[in-house]
Design a protein around this ligand. Sequence first.
Ligand code: ASP
Length: 315
Amino acid sequence: MSVDTQSESIWSLAVHGGAGQGREQEANIEHADAIRAELAAVLEKGAAILRNGGTAVDAVEDAVRRLEDSPLFNAGRGSVFNAAGEHELEASIMDGRTLDAGAAAALRGIKNPVSLARLVMQRSPHVFLQGEGAIAFAKAQGMELVDEAYFSTEDRRAALELAKRRSPPPNPSKQGTVGAVARDVHGDLAAATSTGGMTNKAVGRIGDSPIIGAGCYASNASCAVSGTGQGEYFIRATVARDIAALMEYGGKNARAAAAHVIRRRLEVLGGEGGVVVVDRDGHIVFEFNTGVMLRASVTHAAPVRTGIDRRDALY
Ligand code: ASP
């Protein structure tokens, strides 16, 4: 078998549904069966795309859209509330083949932010649109808009009320975010990330998820990365790009690069969270310094596996 033929049969897809500690950790464990079932269903669909020769960009958009549509995760439907009791969503996507990228933030009423990010990437001359301009662009592209109530769930409202009742109010807490990374049979990589942000966040706050190089990055020269955790730390530690740079310039493999950035940079700054990484050969790495990270993977050679805490051995 020639090297090319071998490469054509290799594909990988991995997703996360957020990382957390404490109460968030308990909530996730409570819903563990439903979370595992949802993650597995999403990966079965993505696997079909990649198995049939679909692109990494198609696979990550599809996976993140499905996670956005599920109320179990903090993205799209099921997004957390900001301090004003509203939802402001954000997402990004990156094509490792071309280094094209798209992002959108401060979104209201956009059902699938990841698809808006993809439209920004493919149909605008820009990388990042936010607020009114992003929403106007979405409308011009014929995207589906929904009422604010579509995003709201009882669990998220209870989380906001709890945060507001506490005195002094706690720092905005993280509760989710979804992301996907893929390596397709053509040898191309892609990453996508989408979130409702953090419960009780200030109106107008933007986290790492839509910031290329912080919560999302992909380059065929190294890897594709999607992150979840405290955005303010992920931005300052340039988590996603640092992992790629350690591989590209520093010669580290994906596991060593991800461990270095999460343990030696994010954690040292005081941040919590995790990443999913896929490299050029389709190797998947999950690295996190929280109690749980909702996650799942599938490759040409391995069936769908799901994980919640560290007892689940994935990659
Ligand atoms: N990274 C997200 C943010 O800071 C939150 C999360 O991943 O839980 O908006």
